[in-house]
Design a protein around this ligand. Structure first.
Ligand code: ATP
Ligand code: MG
Length: 403
């Protein structure tokens, strides 16, 4: 690795550090490489031309080289954490202390880039082999100084299918209530990451077992089977996964799902996009489950082309694959003659018939389009004839325009 090489050439130590070493030892390609070095930030600044001082007081610099951005961080020890999240100050130190400040043993490894030698001050290799997430040092103290680590433990355990060490589990249980103090934004980011792959089934179960679920979601803790979470397709998007989780926790209890979604939006600081997606898939799911059978052809077609239809159907599929397959087949049949064909008539056509814009104008257009979707009319002429009939009906006060 070029960046490490440059540091070494300048007479410094430079190791791959943390997550990337762990990933390489597990045979996974790391998403990004972090380098730990004994060079001070100002020295890093003189060795590389393109350096961004993202956290110079913490000793963290971003180095751009050959199109890659590498995080280069000076070996350090973290001082006291008085906010439960950030150390008040850091002291530059050596590799061993830098390993000891990290969260879990599997995240505390270094690798010498040229030789591939692993530098292990924390027993990380053994835990990686056995599959254990273990806090470095005293779990109580480590989780108290940064409470987000409780969620990181769950995330890594779920992602790799590892067990959490008993003492670390104890410490999480004892401190679960303290998660309250962590910013909602960070909690939301962790949850998003831990729900992003198939490990989400274990993640949800572990959160429940450790008593973290209620605090995270600002509601009562649960002890629920994650049927829908487990039944979801692997690639489901975040909002759909949240939908499955919400149903697993709340379906059949007569609660207003949109209201719960709103609360989750605050609890996890969801973006508008994710919140819309969550509400959207729940709404479609509800309609599919309760109303699909009685819905007419036009109604089914409208639903099938609506934005969250696919996501709602994934939710239903996670719960009842048979029902969702039936609906999929029916939609495929409906699609044969167009789910959303070009309307025979537009507003301009309607004006030309002499109908003036008014309250019934839009309703007329809708009624004619629905008749088209139902297959009740086949041509523009038939559409015009239908308009004439509906219009005269309206004017005879018979209210023939259906809702
Ligand atoms: P991911 O694949 O999710 O990025 P990662 O292990 O690389 O996993 P990062 O959040 O990118 O996680 O952090 C990089 C490294 O920094 C970690 O491997 C760990 O050594 C250290 N680290 C990160 N967050 C913390 C924390 N909250 N407390 C202590 N050390 C941490
Ligand atoms: Mg990382």
């Amino acid at each position: 690795m070029k960046v490490a090489g440059e540091l070494v050439k300048a007479g410094h130590i430079a190791y791959f550090a943390g997550g990337c070493v762990r990933d390489r030892l597990m045979g996974n390609e790391p998403v990004d490489y972090d380098i730990a070095t004994d060079a001070r930030p100002e020295e890093v600044g003189t060795i590389f031309r393109k350096v961004q001082r993202v956290g110079e007081s913490f000793g963290v610099m971003l180095v751009r080289l050959m199109g890659h951005t590498i995080e280069v961080a000076t070996f350090r020890s973290d001082g006291v954490y008085s906010d439960g999240r950030h150390p008040d100050e850091v002291t530059f130190s050596d590799a061993e202390h830098d390993a000891l400040r990290r969260d879990f043993t599997i995240n505390g490894l270094f690798e010498e880039p040229r030789t591939g030698e692993i530098i292990d001050h924390v027993g990380g290799q053994a835990d990686l082999e056995t599959g254990i997430i273990r806090a470095i040092g005293d779990p109580q103290a480590r989780l108290r100084e940064d409470r987000l680590r409780m969620l990181r433990a769950v995330r890594f355990a779920a992602r790799f299918g590892f067990a959490i060490d008993e003492q670390t589990i104890d410490a999480i249980r004892k401190n679960a209530g303290q998660l309250e103090g962590v910013s909602r934004e960070r909690i939301g980011q962790e949850i998003r990451k831990m729900l992003s792959d198939a490990g989400r089934v274990i993640a949800v179960k572990t959160l429940q077992d450790l008593g973290l679920d209620g605090i995270i979601l600002m509601e009562d803790g649960r002890d629920e089977e994650s049927l829908r979470i487990a039944g979801l397709v692997d690639g489901a998007i975040f909002s759909t996964v949240l939908g499955a989780w919400l149903l697993d926790r709340h379906a059949g209890r007569g609660e207003d799902h949109a209201e719960i979604a709103e609360r989750w939006g605050r609890a996890l600081m969801l973006s508008n996009e994710v919140l819309w997606g969550l509400k959207g898939c729940l709404e479609v799911y509800g309609t599919l489950k309760e109303g699909w059978r009685t819905l007419g052809i036009a109604g089914r077609k409208h639903l099938a082309v609506s934005k969250w239809f696919g996501a709602g159907l994934e939710l239903l599929e996670a719960e009842d694959a048979g029902q969702s397959t039936t609906i999929r087949h029916q939609v495929a049949e409906l699609a044969a003659d167009g789910l959303a064909p070009e309307p025979f008539l537009d507003g301009y056509d309607l004006l030309k018939t002499g109908i003036s814009p008014g309250p019934s104008f839009g309703k007329l257009l809708e009624a004619v389009y629905d008749a088209q979707l139902e297959g009740a009319i086949q041509t523009k002429e038939e559409a015009l004839a239908l308009v004439a009939r509906l219009w005269s009906g309206l004017n005879n006060d018979e209210g023939m325009v259906p809702d």
